[in-house]
Design a protein around this ligand. Structure first.
Ligand code: GRF
Length: 208
């Protein structure tokens, strides 16, 4: 194993679709913590209308906007894969990436894709985790960082965090607090746990 002084940085890409606060938070975290031993040279975005696509770089990462519209799933993923390979990417951080990855794509990065979902999985999987928690009247609401497998929000949990819902708190206020007080806190922590503990000890989901 490399000694800390000579450790080769691990190469991560981020994948996002929307406003990108988690992606930017992770990019800033990696930049501010060189001891983590992580490089993030690439940010892949699948929607042209994402504000992330308005710049060529964010925090040193090249922004690659590859809209999925007009491309079938296969061609879109082939383009994304080619870019990831060209940049020597080993691991992926999904940060509000609102597109299901095909089983072939997941297999290619088996045990190497992390995602954040705004609920305490396995409760409330799917596209509106926050809304579902809010409508259900959950008193404790949260978010989960998990490995991505071939299912939807079914991969093994790495880290969860939660807050208590305030009396009368509306859906949007709750979503904003979960984002700031939970998601932006647990994703960098889960990344560090993945890099410092799970990878070195090979505690990652086994390849099928
Ligand atoms: C977050 O709530 C994340 O958990 C979910 O999508 C949202 C993305 O927000 N997967 P942002 O684009 O990172 O601000």
């Amino acid at each position: 194993m490399d000694s800390p002084a000579t450790k080769t940085p691990l190469r991560f890409a981020l994948m996002a679709s929307g406003r990108g606060s988690n992606a930017l938070n992770l990019l800033r975290y990696a930049k501010a913590h060189p001891d983590l031993g992580v490089e993030m040279p690439l940010l892949v975005v699948n929607r042209e209308d994402s504000p992330l696509c308005q710049a060529s770089h964010h925090e040193g990462a090249e922004v690659l906007c590859i809209p999925h519209r007009e491309l079938g799933r296969k061609s879109h993923e082939a383009k994304v894969l080619a870019a990831l390979e060209e940049h020597g990417i080993q691991h992926l951080l999904l940060a509000g990436y609102m597109r299901i990855l095909s089983p072939d794509f997941v297999r290619r990065f088996d045990g190497a894709i992390l995602n954040i979902h705004p609920s305490l999985l396995p409760a409330f999987p799917g596209t509106d985790g926050i809304g579902d928690q809010w409508r259900h009247g959950a008193k404790v609401v949260g978010a989960t960082v998990h490995f991505v497998d071939a299912g939807v929000d079914t991969g093994r949990v790495i880290l969860q965090g939660s807050i208590e819902r305030q009396p009368g708190e509306g859906r949007n206020a709750l979503a904003a607090r979960v984002l700031k007080e939970v998601e932006h806190v647990i994703y960098p922590r889960a990344l560090r746990h993945f890099v410092d503990v799970l990878l070195p000890l090979n505690l990652i989901p086994q390849k099928e």
